[in-house]
Design a protein around this ligand. Structure first.
Ligand code: SAM
Length: 315
């Protein structure tokens, strides 16, 4: 039926995303030694795509690291919702940044089963998960890493599974949705955002997604996703950064900060880094690049004792 066809297409967005992430890492835009472990057939993407994935990687890395450094030495939880084959756990673990952090990854069981199989077949990944890891239904868990299969549209089941794997409601927690809840429909994604606000007392909800769907580049992207069978379902309603902010406030979060990728690029990427990136491959589509950056945003909603990982940035 059409619902399961749509779910298959949504799961397929992970395959596309991981190949693109891998492309820009292989070229040296962003350093991640682990993405390649999850890609069977690497492919080189066009420069504009590489730059898009580069700025996304930088923005997400920036908020994760800000959160971890703000809570250095204390117990924290990271929950990647719709984690796909993302390798953030392995990268941060290998950098020694997850000493006091438990990292949860949730995705459809079909996706987590594949990821779990890859981890189990890879000595280096398995070592980073930890020697005391064990296989669970559709996943793998260890004291520091929990890969769990669940449909995010069923928050009750999600909650039970996370509890079963030791999640703590009062521990400072960062929940990440990197290009995920936008595929879920307004009602289901609002339910996740509200569930997170009600469940965790000290938390940050970080969302990376598209905004301004009807202007120029945004309209082109909307069409592109529609053709792939994975329309971005939320952005018609939460088009602007202000609408995004209001959304989280309405759903139980206390404060929200957000930035589009132009602002992030202009204010938080140092000059030397910009020059380094310019020297990676021939690139002359600067207009398209800035247009694209204006259509992607990172939104951080927070509550309790947690501070925004984007504290220097405002709307
Ligand atoms: N966050 C990862 C990243 O940025 O590399 C993957 C992004 S991919 C575009 C979207 C992911 O969200 C897919 O892995 C998909 O299976 C997952 N996803 C979407 N809807 C979901 C749902 N209802 N339940 C669980 N996972 C979901």
């Amino acid at each position: 039926n059409s619902k399961s066809r749509n779910d298959t297409a949504v799961r397929g967005t992970n395959d596309n995303s991981i190949v693109s992430k891998c492309s820009m890492c292989m070229l040296g835009y962003f350093q991640d030694d682990f993405l390649g472990h999850f890609v069977a057939k690497p492919a080189r993407r066009a420069p504009l795509i590489n730059r898009g994935y580069y700025i996304r990687a930088k923005a997400v890395d920036y908020v994760l690291k800000s959160f971890l450094s703000a809570h250095e030495g204390t117990k924290t939880q990271l929950v990647s919702l719709g984690a796909g084959f993302d390798s953030a756990y392995f990268r941060l673990k290998s950098e020694g940044l997850l000493v006091t952090t438990v990292f949860y990854e949730v995705d459809f069981p079909e996706v987590t089963q594949r990821k779990s199989d890859m981890i189990r077949g890879d000595e280096l990944l398995l070592k980073l998960v930890g020697e005391d890891s064990r296989v669970v239904e559709n996943g793998i868990v260890s004291p520091s890493y929990k890969l769990i299969g669940a449909d995010l549209r069923k928050v009750n089941i999600l909650q039970c599974l996370l509890e079963h794997h030791g999640i703590h409601p009062d521990c400072p927690t960062l929940l990440l949705s990197e290009c995920v809840i936008t595929y879920m429909g307004v009602k289901s994604s609002n339910a996740v955002i509200r569930w997170a606000a009600e469940t965790f007392s000290n938390a940050v909800f970080v969302t990376y997604e598209q905004v301004y769907p009807t202007d120029g580049f945004g309209a082109v992207m909307q069409n592109h996703f529609k053709k792939l069978g994975t329309p971005l379902m939320n952005i018609q309603r939460y088009r602007t950064l202000d609408a995004q902010r209001q959304r989280y406030l309405d759903l139980g979060w206390t404060c929200v900060s957000a930035t589009d990728m132009n602002h992030f690029h202009n204010t938080l990427i140092p000059r030397e880094e910009k020059l380094r990136v310019d020297s990676i491959e021939v690139f002359d589509e600067f207009e398209e690049w800035h247009l694209k950056c204006s259509h992607y945003a990172v939104v951080c909603a927070f509550k309790g004792s947690t501070v925004s990982p984007l504290s220097e940035t405002v709307f």
